[in-house]
Design a protein around this ligand. Sequence first.
Ligand code: PMP
Length: 326
Amino acid sequence: MKYANNILETIGNTPLVKLNKLTAELPCLVLSKYETFNPGNSVKDRMALQMIEDAEADGRLKPGGTIIEGTSGNTGMGLALAAIIKGYKCIFVMADKQSKEKVDILKAVGAEVVVCPTAVEPDDPRSYYSVSKRLSTEIENSWYVNQYDNPSNAKAHYQSTGPEIWEQTDGKITHFVVGVGTGGTISGVGKYLKEQNPNIKIWGIDTYGSVFKKYHETGIFDENEIYPYVTEGIGEDILPKNVDFSIIDGFTKVTDKDAAVYTQRLSKEEGMFLGNSAGAAIKGVLQLKEHFTKDDVVVVLFHDHGSRYVGKMFNDDWMRKMGYID
Ligand code: PMP
């Protein structure tokens, strides 16, 4: 018999799937690292488990403890699954712009969810960064995960996602394109791939309203770049320690409208029912067209599943209200 001993053993080893229609205008092969095959339906299962296991190993997380994190949902799902199997409690702190589905899903896997305002500065006591930190000092036997600065985040992708992509492409990958939030995915995968072949180009997808692109190009943390935006999962108003700018060759920014429209197009034209950052990522690949030639093998990573966005990017009333479709 062949079976996993628990759901955590099914994390990783996701397929690589070719894009066909949406990328027809590009000269190269475009493959997607399809992370919704993870049990929590996102790439974040990988780093959630790694962060927990590293915290267990060095005593930051103790038996029966409470896991506290500021999460837009996917990291929370990964942490919650691991917490169920390993016997921990979870409290997640989220910004109020996140979709209701994400809150409901976290509650469905037994977590407590605290919702905070989006439109406040990160150091405002009401921000989800501040609230998560405060709860972790108030609640006994608790551990604040801090995925932004926790090195186990990028490490998970260095140890699993990166090697999988290298092996699945027989070392032929020339470009890796991925949305950047905490930076764990791009930094871990990018470091591994560049160690195998320093010529591989690593491109980050950023949002309008986020600091990454300008910082990468100028070294300036420009507060004028920061304003509320709609795209979920990528872009930041802080510089997380997990973003290793030295392995990133460039960023391209995708508008909220394009990210939403391409999220729908991936579903309707490729049968890929995916989250909002996948729409941003594939539109970013198209924006980078001039960087690709016919022998290139471009891998784009799709972070999460469409079910979390049925009330927004997959709801035509919402799309019309936002002015994204006629
Ligand atoms: N897309 C989605 C849907 C996410 O939840 C995240 C994580 N915030 C990202 C992209 C960005 O990944 P990372 O945090 O590894 O940069």
